[in-house]
Design a binder for this molecule. Structure first.
Ligand code: SF4
Length: 224
């Protein structure tokens, strides 16, 4: 059996409605070459070691919730770890026929003409919806699953094309997950959201303090 590449993972989240149709699990990879001004996850831009995870291990983790019907791949830049992510999707689909949404800062034409890593064709072959292009803060219209209007939604398969989910124009959802000192924004931030992020986190923490003090599970709140 061929050894599968380890993924360098910034974060994962199981079970969200904020990053695509239905209930999905998300993997954010570590490392991005683009350095967009206004990036909401600048700590995931450096190409440094984070969590090293095998595709099979991640697939099991992301599908632990039986309600999950899709995976969303984000970052960081997924195309830098395309071979590992393609292996992850293949392993996941051995268990469940999940749909796949993938973000990338590269334009699709570039991915096809000059793939930035060897696994890009394999990854594109298993992606249903690709959202491409770098984030441009001045073009953030607060709508859709794409962060700014220059980014495009490509239905690489018909799987989600007739789902009724408007990738380009729907009202955005965002969830904040608070786990001890760590906070995680799940979703595409509504316009102006970073400015109120700290206030939102404080709100979640206050609600957690008011909840069962013996409940060790992370707190989660959604905004839209
Ligand atoms: S492509 Fe995405 S992760 Fe990379 S810098 Fe731009 S917004 Fe941040």
């Amino acid at each position: 059996m061929t050894a599968q590449p380890l993924l360098n993972v910034a974060a994962t989240h199981v079970g969200t409605r904020a990053l695509g149709p239905g209930i999905r699990s998300v993997v954010w990879v570590q490392g991005c070459p683009f350095h967009c001004a206004g990036c909401v996850s600048p700590e995931w831009i450096p190409d440094r070691p984070a969590r090293q995870a095998a595709p099979g291990e991640l697939a099991a983790e992301l599908l632990a919730d039986p309600r999950v019907t899709g995976l969303t791949l984000s970052g960081g830049e997924p195309m830098q770890q395309a071979a590992g992510l393609a292996a992850l999707v293949r392993r996941a689909r051995e268990t469940r026929d999940v749909s796949v949404v993938c973000f990338t800062g590269h334009r699709l034409e570039r991915l096809l003409a000059r793939p930035p890593s060897a696994g890009v064709p394999d990854l594109l072959a298993v992606v249903d919806v690709l959202i491409d292009g770098v984030y441009v803060a001045a073009l953030n219209d607060g709508r859709g699953l794409r962060g700014s209007t220059n980014q495009r939604v490509h239905h690489l398969t018909r799987r989600l094309a007739d789902s009724g989910y408007d990738f380009a124009h729907r009202a955005r959802d965002a969830e904040i997950v608070v786990n001890g000192p760590e906070t995680l924004l799940v979703g595409v931030a509504p316009r102006g959201f970073p400015a109120v992020f700290d206030t939102a986190v404080d709100t979640v923490r206050a609600r957690m303090r008011g909840a069962d003090a013996n409940n060790p599970s992370p707190g989660q709140e959604g905004w839209s």
